[in-house]
Design a protein. Structure first.
Ligand SMILES: *Cc1c(COP(=O)(O)O)cnc(C)c1O
Length: 948
């Protein structure tokens, strides 16, 4: 029988768990633990261990999970959605689908903080930024935000920072997307700002607001010239934001030309499927003068040590990891993979292709309108791009129902109108189905080009996408090679371990990824009637149930699109809870000095004041200081934010005491769940005493990092916070944090498949092995590098911090030098200088095999010997392989006058001989790039200069 049922993939540990049984035994020997269970007992405090085993029934085989997924997908009913409202049908070109979207070289990459191993995705992001600048007519664009609604909220925050008139109200065009209005209301409330929604023509008083946002074209299709309104705002010292459709911008005058200060929007229709709400990339662009207040990541151009062009993240000092509660926003994970796809879609189509698509979409909208007018309906507005609104009186329900019966979803507008938005995928039979729903018996699609109904005064005359990258020869062989070339420049999980502390770069199993491409998940509009998304309903319910069982919480909200957005949603829930009890004065948030930068940044966005708590010599929260500050602020205490296990990689024994102190003073406990990979199956935040946590599904639950997004940051809460979870964004009311009810729903199948593949036992075993792997690294390295912190019994959690600060003095070697030298060895560097400056934080995860971990440890030990050679005077302090790392193929040719060999330079321990990873550039000069800020594709002449 067992023989019959043998399935080579049936064992969770042959996919997600790296070490074999024999390797586990060997590693336990090195660590000095009796058994895996003994190691857990020595690592986790006894009083936090969960009593019941995690049980989801038997783990499923890979094939069964895929079949099961198929069944769930089939419960979603895939209709054509002409709902619009910020989401559009689009076609991802197959060459992009296979070579980027489904290619682990792209989707398993980490955020490009280490530029030398990230040149491919940095170039792709620079294309995206150039695309956005050109379309919007503005100077500088960031590398993506989470979605259009949050981009609008970020723009409002930015307008408040750059606006000079001291007002506290923000005007919102009633033609903005309802979900945008909802998220703006949510963002404004805790900051004490007022949202005024109305018609800009009649309700906007520029003297009363610090800024205003307009939708272009509006949600009902209208296209207005905003030049006058923007000039009036400027005259009053207020800031103008335009939310613009990037496809419409290929035909219409850009926001920049109308005078806008900031443009935002969604790049979804640039080849990224709707995915029941996401993920896709939002964009934000602004004028050069405001570049330092721009939120999110920004890719810039610099040079490397040889003076060759090199890309890297620019102006990082704006970001939350440096500025904390004073940061420009809490954005950390954004939407890199989707921005890359959108940028590549523009490379694929070029400006003429994009314009042709837009023109075809418009022609279909005109045909649609003409057909409806011929049937006797009144179509609004007079001028439109892709969206029309039809007056239908009492027939609204009937027509919407007939449309669904014909396979098409339309948008209900008020009580007596219907909105229709056509897109790149609209075909004659779809328009005929719509006409039939409106009562036509024999609708005819006329191929002839109808007359344009765009506003002639707003036709775009300015050029865009003039850069050669958007004019390359697009033969598929060239496209494929371009994407391949960029991918080859980068080091992602498909090449080597990425030992990043706090970011849990674990396996993203192929079987988990497959369903994301299926149309039944990918092509569902987020606002379809509930009965068309029963598969999603089942998936979200079951995944929520599993996450509750894992965390000990009572409910989950899937709305937040990143960990930081989860923090924000969780703190808002705490805020609303206090308000409901008449405790509006509870606004103080205690945050340990070691916290992730997003924690204080999120607290600030919720109108809380951050009080920092110190750490003791062991790296634990200083309990005395914590108690003192909690007492000092007792009456005003809203919350504390702690991370568990701590950002120092340790299970603090006093975590329950911390929770008790906060509760004793009437506060709530926010437990940052980014380190859940060390807890699943062994301990539950909800049992430890926390009230709310976010989970990073893109860390613990296998959603790939995508080079810096997508992510999902659902929050779990205890029962008393359930009423304060994010609300439905479609209502337009305060309470939503994202544009879509379930955030980036289309990547949830990944996390769900992971749970099914592993079962409760497999998930628990993964946690144990994650802890074993980290302790193994600590044990192997501790003779060479001090391990900074450990728990009461000398054990680290799922990651460890090694101290390299002493080498600065002994050998002039910095943490950067070691990190860059690891690139020569074929590794992505660990997390640098966080949470402790001058240290490296290493997290192997359960996915890495003993072989790969040994390769890493050997490389680290070899680097230690290089440092020793400098310490002993055998190697020069300034001219050595660490200082010159990383080395490239260019170091193999030409003169060589260094006191170490080329072989030592390029083939250190771990570098894998013929499979060596070659970084495409030498070390990047960051300061140069910030001094000479260039954030769009460099001009053509610069290209030829770099090519020689
Ligand atoms: C990653 C991380 C976050 C932020 O998560 P994002 O998804 O990047 O927004 C917050 N806290 C900790 C400890 C983290 O490691």
């Amino acid at each position: 029988m067992p023989h019959d049922r043998y399935d080579p993939y049936d064992f969770a540990n042959r996919r997600h768990i790296g070490p074999t049984t024999q390797e586990i035994d060997a590693m336990l020997g090195v660590v000095g633990a009796e058994s895996l269970h003994a190691l857990m007992d020595e690592t986790l405090p006894a009083d936090i261990r969960q009593e019941e085993r995690l049980d989801f029934g038997v783990a499923m085989t890979e094939r069964r999970v895929i079949e099961h997924m198929r069944g769930i997908a089939d419960k979603n009913r895939l209709l054509v959605s002409l709902i619009g409202q910020g989401y559009h049908g689009t076609t991802m070109p197959p060459v992009i689908q296979r070579n980027i979207f489904e290619n682990p070289a792209w989707y398993t990459a980490y955020s490009p903080y280490q530029p030398e191993i990230s040149q491919g995705r940095l170039e792709a992001l620079l294309n995206f930024q150039t695309l956005v600048c050109d379309l919007t007519g503005l100077d500088i664009a960031n590398a993506s935000l989470l979605d259009e609604a949050t981009a609008a909220a970020e723009a409002m925050g930015m307008a408040q920072r750059i606006g000079a008139n001291g007002k506290t109200a923000f005007f919102v065009d009633a033609e903005c997307l309802p979900q945008t209005i909802a998220v703006l209301r949510t963002r404004a409330a805790p900051l004490g700002w007022t949202i005024v929604v109305g018609d800009p023509a009649t309700d906007l008083d520029p003297a009363q607001v610090f800024g205003a946002i307009f939708q272009y074209p509006g949600v009902c299709g209208g296209i207005r010239d905003l030049t006058g309104a923007i000039a009036d705002l400027h005259a009053a010292g207020a800031v103008a934001v335009v939310a613009a459709d990037p496809l419409a911008l290929t035909l219409l005058t850009s926001p920049g030309e109308m005078g806008a200060d900031i443009a935002i929007g969604s790049m979804q229709r640039y080849g990224v499927p709707m995915g029941y709400g996401g993920p896709h990339a939002a964009y934000m662009a602004t004028r050069d003068a405001h570049k330092r207040t721009l939120p999110g990541r920004l890719v810039g151009v610099s040079v490397d040590a040889r003076g060759n062009r090199a890309y890297r993240l620019a102006l990082q000092t704006r970001e939350q990891h440096i500025r904390r509660e004073k940061a420009t926003s809490n954005i950390c994970t954004a939407q890199v993979l989707l921005a890359v796809i959108a940028g590549m879609y523009a490379v694929f189509h070029g400006p003429r292709g994009l314009k042709a698509i837009a023109a075809r979409v418009h022609r279909d909208a005109v045909r649609l309108a003409g057909g409806l007018e011929a049937l006797g309906f009144t179509v609004e507005p007079e001028h439109f791009f892709d969206t029309i609104t039809v007056r239908v009186g009492a027939f609204q329900g009937l027509i919407l129902g007939q449309a669904v019966a014909n396979g098409v979803n339309l948008r209900k507008v008020g009580a007596d109108r219907i909105g229709i938005t056509v897109d790149e995928r609209t075909r004659p039979d779809i328009l005929q189905a719509v006409w039939r729903a409106f009562g036509s018996t024999d609708p005819v699609y006329d191929e002839a080009w109808p007359e344009s109904r765009l506003p002639q005064a707003l036709m775009r005359t300015s050029p865009y996408l003039t850069h050669p990258i958007f004019h390359m020869n697009r033969a598929e062989s060239e496209m494929t090679r371009y994407m391949r070339r960029l991918a080859d420049r980068d080091l992602a999980l498909d090449r080597a371990m990425i030992p990043l502390g706090s970011c849990t770069m674990k396996l993203n199993a192929t079987a988990e990824m497959l369903p994301v491409s299926w149309p039944e998940f990918a092509e569902i509009h987020p606002f379809v009637p509930a009965d068309q998304a029963l598969g999603y309903r089942a998936l979200i319910d079951d995944l929520s149930e599993k996450l509750c069982a894992i965390t000990g919480y009572d409910a989950i909200s899937m709305q937040p699109n990143s960990g930081a957005q989860g923090e924000y949603a969780g703190l808002l829930a705490i805020r609303a809870y206090h308000l409901s009890r008449g405790d509006a004065h509870r606004t103080v948030c205690l945050i340990p000095s070691s916290a992730h930068g997003t924690n204080p940044a999120s607290a600030q966005m919720c109108g809380m004041s951050v009080v920092v708590v110190g750490a003791d010599a062991q790296g634990n929260v200083d309990l005395d200081d914590f108690r003192k500050k909690a007492e000092l602020h007792s009456g005003k205490l809203a919350a504390c934010m702690i991370t568990y296990p701590s950002t120092h990689g340790v299970f603090e024994v006093q975590v329950r005491a911390i929770c008790d102190i906060v509760h004793g003073h009437g506060g709530q406990v926010y437990l940052d769940g980014a380190n859940l990979n060390a807890l699943v199956g062994l301990a539950r935040p909800g049992d430890i005493g926390a009230d709310v946590s976010h989970l990073n599904l893109h860390k613990t639950f296998c959603i790939p990092h995508g080079g810096g997004g997508p992510g999902m940051g659902p929050i779990g809460v205890k029962a008393h916070l359930i009423p304060f979870l994010p609300s439905d964004p479609r209502t337009g009311e305060e309470g939503a944090v994202s544009a879509a009810p379930y955030g980036s729903a289309s990547i949830l199948p990944i996390s769900w498949s992971y749970c099914l593949l592993m079962g409760g036992r497999g998930l628990t075993q993964a946690t144990r092995i994650a802890i074993l792997n980290a302790n193994y690294i600590a044990a192997r390295l501790k003779g060479a590098y001090p391990v900074l912190y450990s728990g009461a019994q000398g054990r680290v959690a799922h990651e460890c911090i090694i101290d390299v600060r002493p080498f600065q003095k002994s050998a002039g070697v910095s943490v950067d030098d070691i990190a860059k030298r690891l690139i020569d060895c074929g590794f992505h560097p660990p997390t640098m200088s966080w949470p402790v400056a001058g240290t490296l934080m290493i997290e192997p995860t359960e996915s890495e095999t003993k072989g790969e971990i040994d390769r890493f440890c050997d490389a680290m030990l070899a680097i230690r010997e290089e440092i020793r050679a400098i310490e002993d005077g055998r190697m020069d302090r300034a001219n050595n392989p660490l200082k010159h790392a990383p080395h490239t193929v260019r170091d193999l040719v030409g003169t060589w006058e260094r006191p170490y060999s080329r072989e030592a330079a390029c083939f250190p321990s771990g570098s894998l001989g013929m499979d060596k990873y070659w970084p495409p550039i030498n070390r990047v000069d960051n300061a140069y790039g910030d001094r000479n800020l260039v954030c769009a594709c460099p001009p053509v002449d610069a290209y030829s200069e770099a090519a020689e």
